[in-house]
Design a protein around this ligand. Structure first.
Ligand code: AP5
Ligand code: MG
Length: 214
């Protein structure tokens, strides 16, 4: 099962993608997580990506497309994958479609987690991310067992650099301009499924399972 997650920053793509990956035993591939891991490890890619991410801008397609196309051809992707945060521009979507065609493959579902802008800033200011394993929490809606500590690995939880309210506003603008056109692109491709992302995380997941099947 090959799935992509669409939705505004903070809509819950990462939260739902992790649950999908666990239930259907497929890898969760998040370009945001890949870039953040590169920043943490001080790689050249990380240094380049950081200058864009800190401003709430997209990392250029040249740095992003090949990374994902290579990743989805790894052995662990043989039974599918859930892509989170890619594609997010029309050229990225076209490059993915073309690469998959070349492999004789295609996407099965594009799941749009629909959340209006009003709800987003609130979610982002409460998000906390693990510095070590990347697990995501929310101080109110998905709190860790011990405040400030990751349930999974025990490392510290922090507010992401790009979750400051002014950067979130910028990311929302970029989303509407560059990523939202993908809703049309995947509607035309006949694989778009929309879920109401304003409900609690279990209810959102239930709707996704209804789409993907038990
Ligand atoms: P990325 O990491 O992909 O960020 P994003 O798209 O802005 O999305 P987020 O990760 O912020 O939100 P999410 O939808 O995953 O929400 P989450 O589940 O955490 O990208 C970061 C940057 O990297 C980009 O700005 C760009 O610079 C660069 N980049 C990445 N991919 C790129 C690409 N393809 N091309 C170019 N540049 C790229 O949930 C948010 C919060 O809400 C959490 O605290 C969560 O606990 C909570 N929450 C989730 N669901 C619910 C719910 N139903 N109810 C209540 N709270 C909820
Ligand atoms: Mg995410």
């Amino acid at each position: 099962m090959k799935i992509i997650m669409l939705g505004a920053p903070g809509a819950g793509k990462g939260t739902q993608a992790k649950k999908i990956a666990e239930k259907y035993h497929i890898p969760h591939i998040s370009t945001g997580d890949i870039f953040r891991a590169n920043i943490k490890n001080g790689t050249e890619l990380g240094k380049q990506a950081k200058t864009y991410m800190d401003q709430g801008l997209l990392v250029p397609d040249e740095l992003t497309v090949n990374l994902v196309i290579d990743r989805v051809q790894k052995e662990d992707c043989a039974n599918g994958y859930v892509l989170d945060g890619f594609p997010r521009t029309i050229p990225q979507a076209e490059a993915l479609t073309k690469a998959l065609e070349g492999l004789g493959e295609k996407l099965d579902y594009a799941i749009d987690v629909d959340v209006p802008d009003e709800n987003i800033v609130n979610r982002m200011s409460g998000r906390r991310a693990c510095v070590s394993c990347g697990a995501t929490y929310h101080v109110v809606y998905a709190a860790p067992k011990v405040e400030g500590i990751c349930d999974t690995c025990g490392a510290e939880l922090i507010l992401r650099d790009d979750d400051k309210p002014e950067t979130v506003q910028k990311r929302l603008g970029v989303y509407h301009e560059q990523t939202q056109p993908l809703i049309d692109y995947y509607t035309k491709a006949g694989i778009l499924k929309s879920v109401d992302g304003t409900r609690n995380l279990e209810e959102v997941f239930k709707s996704i399972v209804e789409i993907l099947g038990e």
